[in-house]
Design a protein around this ligand. Structure first.
Ligand code: NAP
Length: 305
């Protein structure tokens, strides 16, 4: 989709919703093929601890997407007072269950549970979220054939590739250094891959003069968690801007009283960028699609396909 600016630039709106639909159709066909060959289908188990409504909505969405593409999903709901021991025992049982190809523990977890201990407990070969240090380590070292890449960065790589964004040799600036988005994203863009192979800069909350760095970016990826943080004056004309942020802000004109916005000031930056992801409808749908892709990949590896 193109969006013509009053000035001089025609901006490409990177449509994550459409790309993720194409991808899900391809995955559905692959699941059918797997079923025809093995008589089995990939299975993803989602664990949710507590009754956080946003987490429940995310888990429902993931489970429904599994069904859409013909995979099996099961949801294990555990009460908010679950002990770490009980959660780890549940994970160990799933690690040993041959019908389970992917395990995802929805975050955040209640405070009595150590999230890192949970990440370590998941068998890396079923860690379809790509959070286990073995998977992150393989990503850093470029051993991508046997690893799972964290779904949001993986989805962004897929978007860049499918939208024919030129990346090789270009400067990618990632704002944010979390373990689930910023760090894997920066490492992925560094890899010798077709949709990556960039020179990479990482910025964070202690970076001095962030705008100086972001203005150097040919590809700017914002994963900060602050609504509208990236403004037009922080973007080089013609840059490709990927907005990971998902921030709920008050909006009295909306039926629910709030709406979802990204980390990028969409209106302002769309007058400067050459291509940009919207929020919603950009990175978000790709994250779920890549979770499905990772689960399928796990099934294929386990079954030698
Ligand atoms: P996070 O763990 O809170 O990390 C935020 C990062 O932004 C941190 O590295 C932090 O720096 C940096 N930061 C915060 N304030 C900053 C500032 N003023 N200047 C520069 N850097 C700053 O968040 P996350 O999990 O990475 O998620 C980031 C955003 O993406 C959130 O809005 C989240 O909801 C969204 N998200 C979306 C998807 C999706 O599928 N679309 C998936 C995951 C996350 P320090 O390390 O120095 O604190």
């Amino acid at each position: 989709m193109e969006h013509t600016q009053p000035g001089y630039i025609t901006m490409l709106i990177i449509d994550g919703k459409k790309v993720s639909l194409d991808l899900k159709n391809e995955l559905k066909a692959s699941v059918d093929t797997c079923k025809a060959i093995t008589g089995k289908v990939p299975g993803l188990t989602l664990i949710i601890v507590g009754d956080d409504q946003a987490s429940q909505a995310y888990v429902r969405n993931k489970a429904n997407t599994c069904k859409e593409i013909g995979m099996i999903s099961s949801v294990i709901e555990m009460p908010a007072e679950t002990t770490q021991k009980d959660l780890l025992e549940t994970i160990h049982a799933l690690n040993n269950d041959p019908a389970v190809h992917g395990i995802l523990v929805q975050q955040p977890l209640p405070e009595q549970i150590d999230e890192f201990a949970v990440t370590l407990a998941i068998d890396p070969s079923k860690d379809v979220d790509g959070f286990h240090p073995e998977n992150l380590g393989r990503l850093v070292m470029g051993h991508l054939d046997k690893c799972f890449i964290s779904c949001t960065p993986y989805g962004i790589l897929e978007l860049l590739g499918r939208c024919n964004i030129e990346t090789s040799g270009r400067h990618c600036v990632v704002v944010g250094r979390s373990n689930i988005v910023g760090k894997p994203m920066a490492n992925l863009m560094l890899q010798k891959l077709e949709a990556a192979n960039c020179t990479v800069t990482i910025c964070h909350s202690a970076t001095r003069n962030i705008a100086f760095h972001t203005r150097q970016a040919d590809i700017l990826i914002a994963a900060i968690g602050k609504a509208g943080f990236i403004t037009a004056d922080m973007v080089k004309p013609g840059a490709v801007v990927i907005d990971v942020g998902m921030n709920r802000i008050e909006d009295p004109s909306a039926k629910s009283g709030s709406r979802l916005v990204g980390d990028v000031d969409y209106e302002g930056v769309s007058g400067v960028a050459s291509a940009m992801t919207p929020v919603p409808g950009g990175v978000g749908p790709m994250t779920i699609a890549m979770l499905m892709k990772n689960t399928l990949q796990s099934f294929q590896r386990i079954n030698g396909l």
